[in-house]
Design a protein around this ligand. Structure first.
Ligand code: F3S
Length: 284
């Protein structure tokens, strides 16, 4: 049995940067001096979240739980300007780990709105990145479209400007853009899907066609990992989205010659290598 890891797989540039900034803040903080917070998990990976929580990174659900004068790490998904303002009023030091690709999507939304376009964000409605983009613009001038059902109500808009959640698929962007083109006079598309995402999606698509079973590794709450698994499943029904080696069922691997592995943008390389080693160990 042969195991092949997708050419582009695991931690992306934005996640590496966010983790580096969070680890630096934790190591420079004299123990007990200041509390260090994130709003939600720093990345969508349970193992890494636990490791950083053990080192003192506190994940909260509401900014009211953040102490005055503490330190706050903005995640790679970005943050709404209103939350940053509220934290600055509490004298909180902000460490901005927003991925530059996410900042680009936020800035495109602001520019399109200023130019008179109604902004459409193609993305997952409740995803923190999409919430951060949505709050760059007056709520009346922006809509989030997750699927065809959300296109209702946009028919009357004469100028529509699209920005895309960085981890969406090209297929979804193309499909929803074509639908919007049918009902508007002017359509501008800012393709803000990040290069890292595109590379990962292309490589999982190619690998899934060449293997008997495909394992996509990453948090079940990770949007980009879920999209990778969906893309792989279209080409190869024997695709399984797993969080760790303990999720693998031996029957999936019976009578297989070649297994492919891909990891989401918040999946550490060591998790991917551990799974590869485990599968190779089954056959040895
Ligand atoms: Fe940034 Fe793309 Fe990663 S937007 S956080 S490099 S998936």
């Amino acid at each position: 049995m042969e195991v092949e890891i997708a050419e582009y797989s695991g931690y992306c540039f934005g996640v590496k940067r966010a983790l580096k900034l969070a680890r630096k803040a934790l190591s420079e903080n004299v123990p007990g001096m200041k509390k260090i917070y994130t709003l939600g998990s720093i990345i969508h990976n349970p193992g890494v979240v636990k490791e950083l929580s053990d080192k003192g990174l506190i994940s909260v659900r509401d900014i009211k739980d953040i102490e005055d004068g503490s330190i706050f790490v903005v995640r790679s998904h970005g943050m709404s300007p209103a939350i940053i303002d509220a934290l600055e009023k509490k004298d909180v030091k902000i460490i901005d780990a927003t991925c530059p690709f996410v900042k680009k999507a936020q800035s495109r939304a602001r520019i399109l709105s200023k130019k008179g376009f109604h902004v459409v964000v193609i993305g997952d409605k409740d995803h923190p990145e999409v919430c951060g983009i949505r709050e760059q613009v007056d709520s009346l001038d922006i809509s989030v479209v997750s699927g065809e059902d959300d296109l209702e109500g946009l028919e009357g808009k004469k100028k529509i400007g699209i920005v895309v959640q960085t981890t969406q698929t090209m297929e979804k962007l193309k499909h929803l853009s074509c639908r919007l083109l049918e009902s508007t006079a002017e359509l501008y598309i800012a393709n803000t899907i990040c290069d890292t995402t595109r590379n990962r999606q292309d490589s999982v698509r190619k690998l899934s066609e060449r293997v008997d079973v495909m394992l996509v590794v990453g948090g079940k709450n990770s949007a980009n990992t879920t999209h990778l698994a969906d893309i792989s499943r279209e080409k190869n029904p024997n695709t399984f989205h797993i969080e760790s080696s303990s999720d693998i069922k031996i029957e999936w691997l019976k009578n297989t010659r070649k297994i492919g592995i891909s990891g989401g943008a918040s999946t550490p390389e060591k998790d991917i290598l551990e799974i590869k080693g485990m599968i190779e160990g089954i056959k040895s």
